[in-house]
Ligand binder design. Structure first.
Ligand SMILES: *[C@@H]1O[C@H](CO)[C@@H](O)[C@H](O)[C@H]1NC(C)=O
Ligand SMILES: *[C@@H]1O[C@H](CO)[C@@H](O)[C@H](O)[C@H]1NC(C)=O
Ligand SMILES: *[C@@H]1O[C@H](CO)[C@@H](O)[C@H](O)[C@H]1NC(C)=O
Ligand SMILES: *[C@@H]1O[C@H](CO)[C@@H](O)[C@H](O)[C@H]1NC(C)=O
Ligand SMILES: *[C@@H]1O[C@H](CO)[C@@H](O)[C@H](O)[C@H]1NC(C)=O
Ligand SMILES: *[C@@H]1O[C@H](CO)[C@@H](O)[C@H](O)[C@H]1NC(C)=O
Ligand SMILES: *[C@@H]1O[C@H](CO)[C@@H](O)[C@H](O)[C@H]1NC(C)=O
Ligand SMILES: *[C@@H]1O[C@H](CO)[C@@H](O)[C@H](O)[C@H]1NC(C)=O
Ligand SMILES: *[C@@H]1O[C@H](CO)[C@@H](O)[C@H](O)[C@H]1NC(C)=O
Ligand SMILES: *[C@@H]1O[C@H](CO)[C@@H](O)[C@H](O)[C@H]1NC(C)=O
Ligand SMILES: *[C@@H]1O[C@H](CO)[C@@H](O)[C@H](O)[C@H]1NC(C)=O
Ligand SMILES: *[C@@H]1O[C@H](CO)[C@@H](O)[C@H](O)[C@H]1NC(C)=O
Length: 343
């Protein structure tokens, strides 16, 4: 028995080999690429998983021994008296393959393969910050991650990153996967203070070529709002302020920072009457009736740092001096006048 079985298998193999040689030889002999035996319409098909697909295979040969579709989702019946045969299928298999065959005569079978792409729009696309939560700090690196769930095919995926409407990066994949996969892509960012309030988004786009749906199927994540904190910094201003004695002066301690810094004034004088005002980021200390030289320190603080600005108030006595001299002369004149009068 064992011996017989072995022989039978060998015989089957030999037959199969013979048929293969015959088919191959025949194909080499006459299924020339420059002869348009079969035309597929559409020649390249892109179909969403689970959607119906209709492809028409037609021939210019009006006499043949039959044509039909052979596919992993089933075959169509052999058409002997028609110049076309349509393949009408609901594509539920990711690896679907389809080929149209035509038997021209006893020894010649020609075929045309359908180029088929089965795609699936991802179930979800989301963006997150890795290993961090809460406000970011200026100049620190953070990793953003984009999670794309259940997408196919991977080789047609383009992951796009945006900050607001500004494109940051495009990522494509060279790994071929016809079945749905989960994909994660990361982006390093080092935010600056200008990025406070920025919105990052990532987008999964299926670039399926001119035969695919237009515009390209796209799923965009919810925006990721970021808060960027930074240490306080003074806005440009004068360190030394000159003022005439007895007049009013205004000292500037405008600073920026996130969170907005707390402000504290200190001085080394008991004179003058100060009033602190804040208009937006502009913070001023109004001092009325300045009489003495003084140092004013202004300290601004937030959770990332604290800085101090020293402002020297230089009180000039010119006005007072001139006034005194004037009074002195008037007085002198008056006194001399009085003296001459009395004389
Ligand atoms: C298939 O193509 C042939 C040739 O272009 C045309 O005659 C026929 O109507 C088409 N059939 C369908 C179902 O589109
Ligand atoms: C379809 O045809 C091919 C080739 O003729 C054959 O190998 C396959 O078994 C057929 N499939 C079905 C489901 O009939
Ligand atoms: C293909 O199938 C769809 C639904 O499955 C049907 O509406 C359509 O008429 C069919 N087309 C042909 C040519 O059989
Ligand atoms: C089969 O048909 C092809 C193309 O029409 C032709 O070149 C070839 O000679 C034919 N072979 C046979 C055995 O009829
Ligand atoms: C990404 O591709 C789009 C076109 O699809 C292009 O406008 C954009 O400049 C590209 N961005 C980068 C960072 O390459
Ligand atoms: C992000 O910012 C936008 C506009 O500034 C706002 O509508 C949205 O609710 C914010 N999202 C989150 C999660 O804070
Ligand atoms: C600094 O003081 C000078 C001279 O008093 C003045 O011209 C200038 O505008 C001041 N600058 C600022 C930023 O206040
Ligand atoms: C201002 O700051 C300097 C240096 O930090 C300090 O020596 C001085 O005492 C401070 N003056 C006042 C009035 O706070
Ligand atoms: C100087 O600082 C003292 C407290 O240290 C305060 O009472 C006074 O009002 C300040 N004077 C001026 C002119 O800022
Ligand atoms: C500071 O200014 C406010 C509003 O202008 C005023 O009500 C207050 O009396 C002033 N304080 C001093 C000490 O000048
Ligand atoms: C402080 O001084 C500025 C400029 O001198 C003036 O515009 C402002 O009204 C003053 N504020 C107070 C509360 O006196
Ligand atoms: C303040 O200091 C300047 C020199 O730095 C000096 O000329 C002026 O007389 C001083 N004013 C007072 C009121 O002491």
């Amino acid at each position: 028995m064992g011996y017989q079985r072995t022989t039978m298998i060998s015989l089957q193999r030999m037959l199969g080999l013979l048929m293969l040689i015959l088919l191959h030889g025949a194909a080499d002999e006459a299924c020339l690429p420059d002869i348009n035996h079969l035309t597929l319409e559409p020649p390249v098909a892109v179909v969403r998983h689970g959607d119906p697909l209709e492809v028409n295979c037609s021939t210019l040969f009006n006499t043949h021994l039959g044509m039909h579709w052979v596919s992993t989702e089933g075959n169509t019946s052999l058409e002997k008296n028609s110049q076309f045969v349509t393949w009408n299928m609901t594509v539920v298999d990711w690896g679907t393959q389809a080929r149209c065959n035509i038997k021209l005569n006893g020894s010649l079978l020609c075929s045309q393969d359908l180029t088929l792409t089965v795609y699936k729009i991802p179930d979800s696309v989301s963006i997150s910050v890795l290993r961090h939560s809460g406000p970011m700090v200026e100049g620190t690196e953070y990793q953003l991650q984009c999670d794309i769930q259940n997408i196919a095919p991977l080789q047609n995926l383009v992951v796009k990153w945006y900050k607001g409407n500004e494109p940051l990066d495009n990522v494509t994949y060279s790994i071929v996967s016809k079945t749905p996969v989960d994909v994660s892509d990361t982006l390093m960012i080092s935010p600056s203070r200008h990025d406070d309030g920025a919105q990052y988004r990532c987008r999964a786009q299926l670039d399926l070529g001119p035969e695919g749906p237009q515009p390209h199927p796209t799923v965009t994540s919810e925006p990721l709002n970021i808060t960027v904190h930074y240490a306080p910094e003074f806005l440009p201003g004068n360190d030394t302020v000159e003022v005439s004695a007895g007049s009013d002066v205004s000292l500037d301690c405008s600073a920026e920072g996130n969170p907005p810094p707390e402000l504290r004034w200190t001085n080394n004088t008991a004179e003058g009457n100060a009033n602190e005002t804040t208009v937006g980021r502009l913070r001023t200390l109004n001092i009325s009736r300045v009489t003495a030289n003084a140092t004013y320190n202004c300290t601004v603080t937030n959770r990332l740092g604290s800085i101090t600005k020293h402002q020297n108030l230089s009180t000039l006595l010119y006005t007072v001096s001139w006034l005194l001299i004037l009074i002195f002369f008037i007085n002198q004149k008056h006194m001399t006048g009085m003296a001459s009068n009395s004389n």
